[in-house]
Write a protein that binds this ligand. Sequence first.
Ligand code: NAP
Length: 302
Amino acid sequence: MAAKLIKGTEIREEILEEIEAEVAKIKEKHGVVPGLVTILVGENPASISYVTLKIKTAHRVGFHEIQDSQPIDLSEEALLALIDKYNKDDAIHGILVQLPLPKQINEKKVLNAIDPDKDVDGFHPVNVGRLMIGGDEVKFPPCTPAGIQEMIVRAGVETKGAEVVVVGRSNIVGKPIANMMLQKGVGANSTVTVVHTGTKDLASHCRRADILIVAAGVPGLVKPEWIKPGACVIDVGVNRIGEKISEKTGKKIAILSGDVDFDAAKEIAGSITPVPGGVGPMTITMLMKNTLKSLKFRLGIN
Ligand code: NAP
């Protein structure tokens, strides 16, 4: 039987509508809206398109949004001064610095300069620590893992007591989602295993998974026979495997594939995310949710 498709494109719409409604209510009662600034240094075309999408989404849900574009030769000192300015700006609740940064700027130094209470990406060491502690300590879960957890919950998949296997241990996906799934609470309380290139028998671990989360960046890594019948499969991988001409625009576009052999896996899994249209649309959505949360923390209405 074919698996239920967990569509990020649909869940995104639900969540953005919820955010929009909440922003309108807060505006009416408190006279403020969430403020998000994205800082872009240089003109990397991929970065421009990510920032444009973030700003467009922020605008759609009623945020105060600023796109601060800076020249490629901006000094580290000047960028740190800019961050300091937004750290002190009461109309700004979320600060994003689009990566990668030019060579003269130390990325780590810059990200660590963002006020942890405005770090809506959730990458500041303080927020990583808060996530590890869990419960009320958590302020801003990183956006892609937060999107994964939201998808699992909204798809009605039982997480309590579930065997969760996470393929990959990156700081932006594997480690945080593993940590989130093992916490006590809704959408978690699972038994978690993390596998990576040092793991002896990847297949045997994956076969145990009630929820299999794959974030390796290797197309077709997970074979259909590694999937437990009925499992929930979350494919985070986004791999360019070729190019094609878009029917809509007539322009060349990338052919994308996940880390799971989707066509075969959907005949075995109980539910599965497609690529594209699965986890991808959730990341910016959760960024909006974190920015709204930041304002709510400030207003003391969480
Ligand atoms: P990453 O930093 O390259 O980490 C990949 C992880 O997968 C590493 O821990 C690596 O193990 C593990 N791995 C790689 N090949 C493996 C193999 N053959 N067997 C077992 N483990 C293997 O990647 P990432 O940033 O987490 O991203 C992973 C994928 O998700 C990429 O395709 C990326 O484009 C996608 N992604 C999508 C979104 C989104 O949709 N919004 C967001 C972020 C990432 P080692 O640690 O041992 O090297």
